[in-house]
Every structure is written in structure tokens, then in C-alpha cells.
Design a protein around this ligand. Structure first.
Ligand code: FDA
Length: 496
């Protein structure tokens, strides 16, 4: 055991963790960040840090021996393949009723996500975080988050002319012809870099289909935004391939037990450190699993009964449409989506026009919809398996499918087109088995106070997507970042 007491220990290095570590360090607090995934700073034998979507390898998946691609099939054929078990960047974590995709590594979900940086419309904010004052979010914290993350819009002239967004222009045309409002969404991809990719002057990344398993160049993940600033403070240590397994009250704060992993997932050492304050930033699922286990096993007995509750999937559901031969979507597709169809007010669905970066013409339009759904699941400790279960039921996605159909049934009928049935199995239209947007499990104002302080154990905080009650109406990371900025400002002012 380390004799020194760490003033602040942050579990996880995604959006919530990075915001927290940066602001604490800037305020003069020494911080130790613990991340179970890899550092992702060293190229593999092919000279690249991350693998491509078309050629997944061991770097692509967290501790699996076979890929589990979100689109499991093409023309009905399964496309998953064997890979060596490795601490890869994308975790497809399976619960009984849903597979939850998450990033693993220094940078968390920012390493694998699509980079869509969407601020919800102010009139929807009450649906997202009813206990938070919208004036402070829209006046201070959303602008701060967007500035730090580098969110920006595509250059309109380039969007209209580039082959790489033909799929998005087709998606827009179909939305317009059915009278759906469409929006350009900001992204954290470096748009100048993408234009240079097309011009052939820099190595390709978005235009080479790099998404899901990491981007080697143009995406401004946390590795290019918050993390360099964190390092520049000189006050933060980051331990990659270290997983927190326990947090127990101890004199001086909390005794934190950490397992060091090798790249096959094996435990090579167990370490303990005392931290005055502990910030849970392990993501909605990671934070919820830890808290539920620690409460049930008596390590943190005073956590309240809201721990584990209120988890949602942001209403994620996927589908494809088969276009006519005169409506090709292009063999070159930028991996970064930037157009959304907004039918939230009328139908409870916001659909992003997503790429299918296969490298050949598919005549398919592909969509990830975010939908309004009342369904919320709970994490519970299962003493028989020593694991945390999630009560989500696959049938609960029917509400989301119905919402998504308010957009795509209408487009199909207007265009005389049909749904693709070959992307998620054989004769299966809806990708209803997964989410990219886990939210909740330690809800703000219920498991914690209105700034993320966990009830029952002073000095413990939740700072990530676990705080958000199941939906952000749009893609979540800007809201997660902005909420973390809001909460840590208050915590630094009052708790340090
Ligand atoms: P996040 O999940 O980012 O970070 C948690 C970190 O904690 C991880 O690095 C994890 O390894 C680590 N950890 C977990 N348990 C631990 C333990 N016990 N010990 C140590 N470390 C531990 N959002 C969006 O707004 N726009 C988009 O375009 C997309 N697209 C998208 C695509 C895909 C494929 C995915 C998987 C996700 C998205 N998202 C997205 C969602 C977005 O990435 C997600 O909401 C955020 O990353 C969540 O941020 P958090 O800070 O909550 O945790």
C-alpha cells in the first residue's frame, strides 16, 4: 500500500473524467487518473495506432475472440471474424437484453465514437436534466464544452460538392421530399483535415472508413483536446491498463483497490492507494456496476437505493433503407456523420444519416435514430455469478422502432422504397439489440445531490454519463461534458 494520500482519484478517462481532472489540476489539486483500457499512443506493426472498420483486428475489440460488429450481416451473411483476445478499444458489453458499446482506453468513448457534437435544443432541456438550471447550461457550460471539444460545422460548399457526403445529400433529399426538418450537426472532426484527405495531401482517416475502432488522424478525440491540457498542468498521473475494483472508507478518505492488467486481460498486480476524494468517471455502465457492487457487498453500505436505477439507452435503434438504382449513396463515404433528420417534436425521433463505409456502392441509406422512450432499467448485484445484471428487455425497443417508423415509413412510401433486411441478420429490419449511448445508473439529484456528490459517503462523486436519466434527446457527449464542467466548478468552489 502506498503511504501517501492522493488528494483526488478519478476512475476512468472519458469526458467526465477528463473535465474533472483538468479543472481540479488547474485549481492546484494533484490528481491520479486510473483507466482500465490502453494508452493508445503507440503504433502497431502496420504503423497505425488504430485499425480500420473494414479490417478489424485484435486492436478493435475489448477481450473478445470474435468481432461483434454493430452491423452483424451484409446481404444476410454474417461478417464477424475471429481475432486474438486483446485489450482492444471497443467493448461490446453484453447484458441479457442489450449489447452496450463503449470505448476502452485513455480517452474513453471519444476514441471510438462518431464525433457528432450535438447540443440539445433549449426547449428540450427539461426532458433531459429537469433539476439543472438551463440558463447556466446554455449561458456558460454548453459553450465551454463545445469550445474545449472543438465542435464545428462542415463547410457548406464542400459538403455540397464532395463525393464523400453523397450519402448525406441523398439522406437530406429524401427527408426534404417527405417534409421532415433536417439539421447539420457540428462534429469534432477537423474539417480542414477532411478536405485535405479528399485532395490527397494527407493520410486518409474519415475517408478511409476509420470509425468505431479509432481514428488515426482527423478526429479531435480527448487525446487532442482535454488530455494535452491535463498533461500540461504537471499535476496529473494517468495509469492505463489499471482497473478499479474496490473503494472502501478508510482513515484519510477511501482505500482504492486497483488491478493492473496485461493485454490479454490477465491481472498482473493488485495495488492499493488511499484517496481523499474519489470521482467515478467509469461511464454510465462502469460507474453503475462499481457502485451497485460496492453497496451490495457492504463496501459502501450508505449509498442509497437509487444507485443502479434509471438507466436508459437514449432510445437508440438502427435501420437501413434500400434505395433505387438512380439514388446511389456512393462508394466513398466519410465515416463522420453530419446530417440529422429532426422529427423529435412530432414523432419522438432524431435520426442521424449514418455512413456505410464499405468501400463499394451499397444503394443503402443507413440511420441511427435517437428516440423518446419511457423505458428505464436497473442494475442489480447477482451474488450467484458475482456480476452486475441489467434488467433491460429487448422488447422495450418496440417503442423506439415505432418512433423511428414515423420518419422512415413516410420516406419509404414517398420514395417507393423498402427497408433493408440484411444488415442485422436474415430478414431483420431493425438493429434493436444495442446502444451506443448508455446513460444513467446514478441519477443526478437521486443517487447524488444536484452536483454529483453521492449520498451517504462524503468525498465520493459521480461525474459521467451515469448522472443523466436515460436520454439526452440527441447524441450525448456534449451534454456529459457540459454537466461535468458545471458540477466540478461547484465542487471545487465548495469542497476543496
Ligand atoms: P466514457 O465511456 O467515455 O469513459 C469511461 C472510461 O472509464 C472508459 O475509458 C473505461 O474504459 C473506463 N473504465 C470503466 N470502468 C473502469 C474501472 N473499473 N477502472 C478503470 N477504468 C474504468 N456520442 C456523441 O455525442 N456523438 C457521437 O457521435 C457518438 N457516437 C458513438 C459511437 C459509438 C460506437 C459509441 C460506443 C459511442 C458513441 N457516442 C457518441 C457516445 C459517447 O462516446 C459516450 O456517451 C461518452 O463517451 C460517455 O462519456 P463518459 O465520460 O460517461 O464515459
Amino acid at each position: 500500500a502506498d503511504a501517501a494520500v492522493v488528494p483526488a482519484l478519478v476512475i476512468g478517462t472519458g469526458y467526465g473524467g477528463c473535465v474533472t481532472a483538468l479543472r481540479l489540476a488547474e485549481a492546484g489539486v494533484d490528481v491520479h487518473m486510473v483507466e482500465m483500457g490502453m494508452a493508445w499512443d503507440t503504433p502497431g506493426s502496420d504503423g497505425k495506432i488504430f485499425a480500420n472498420t473494414t479490417t478489424p483486428d485484435q486492436r478493435s475489440f475489448w477481450l473478445r475472440t470474435k468481432t461483434k460488429q454493430p452491423l452483424s450481416n451484409f446481404l444476410g451473411f454474417p461478417i464477424d471474424k475471429s481475432i486474438p483476445r486483446y485489450t482492444g478499444v471497443l467493448d461490446a458489453e453484453e447484458f441479457a437484453g442489450i449489447t452496450v458499446y463503449q470505448g476502452r482506453g485513455v480517452g474513453g468513448g471519444s476514441l471510438v465514437n462518431g464525433g457528432m457534437a450535438v447540443t440539445p435544443k433549449r426547449e428540450t432541456f427539461g426532458e433531459i436534466l429537469p433539476s439543472v438550471d438551463p440558463a447556466e447550461m446554455y449561458g456558460t457550460y454548453y459553450p465551454r464544452a463545445n469550445a474545449e471539444l472543438g465542435a464545428a460545422l462542415v463547410r457548406p460548399e464542400w459538403f455540397e460538392s464532395t463525393a464523400a457526403y453523397q450519402y448525406a445529400r441523398v439522406g437530406r433529399k429524401h427527408a426534404q421530399r417527405s417534409n421532415f426538418p433536417y439539421v447539420f450537426v457540428p462534429t469534432v472532426y477537423d474539417w480542414d483535415y477532411m478536405e485535405q484527405e479528399e485532395a490527397g495531401t494527407v493520410p486518409e482517416s474519415a475517408l478511409a472508413g476509420e470509425i468505431l475502432y479509432g481514428n488515426n488522424h482527423g478526429k479531435k478525440s480527448l487525446q487532442k483536446t482535454y488530455l494535452p491540457k491535463i498533461r500540461a498542468t504537471g499535476r496529473v498521473t494517468i495509469s492505463a491498463l489499471h482497473r478499479v475494483v474496490s473503494v472502501v472508507p478508510a482513515s484519510g478518505g477511501y482505500l482504492v483497490t486497483i488491478e493492473q492488467l496485461d493485454t490479454t486481460g490477465g491481472v498482473v498486480a493488485t495495488k492499493q492507494v488511499t484517496a481523499a476524494k474519489v470521482f467515478f468517471a467509469a461511464g454510465s455502465v462502469g460507474t453503475s456496476k462499481l457502485l451497485v457492487k460496492l453497496k451490495a457487498t457492504g463496501a459502501l453500505p450508505n449509498l442509497n437505493g437509487e444507485v443502479g436505477a434509471g438507466w436508459g439507452d437514449n432510445g437508440n435503434v438502427m435501420c437501413g433503407r434500400a434505395n433505387h438504382l438512380w439514388d446511389p449513396t456512393g462508394s466513398l463515404q466519410s465515416a463522420i456523420p453530419t446530417l440529422g433528420i429532426d422529427n423529435w417534436a412530432a414523432g419522438g425521433a432524431f435520426a442521424e444519416v449514418a455512413p456505410l463505409p464499405t468501400g463499394f456502392e451499397t444503394f443503402a441509406s443507413f440511420y441511427l435514430s435517437i428516440t423518446r422512450t419511457p423505458n428505464r432499467a436497473r442494475f442489480t448485484w447477482n451474488p450467484a455469478t458475482n456480476k452486475v445484471d441489467l434488467s433491460w428487455q429487448t422488447e422495450w425497443k418496440q417503442v423506439s422502432i415505432a418512433a423511428a417508423k414515423t420518419i422512415f415509413d413516410k420516406i419509404n412510401s414517398k420514395e417507393g422504397t423498402i427497408y433493408r433486411t440484411d444488415l442485422f441478420g436474415v430478414y431483420k429490419i431493425w438493429g434493436d439489440h444495442l446502444t451506443y449511448h448508455p446513460l444513467g445508473g446514478a441519477i443526478l439529484g437521486r443517487a447524488t445531490d444536484n452536483h454529483g456528490r453521492l449520498h451517504g459517503h462524503p468525498g465520493l462523486y459521480v461525474v459521467d454519463g451515469a448522472l443523466i436519466p436515460g436520454t439526452t434527446v440527441v447524441n450525448p457527449f456534449v451534454t456529459i461534458t457540459a454537466l461535468a464542467e458545471r458540477n466540478i466548478a461547484r465542487i471545487i468552489a465548495t469542497d476543496f
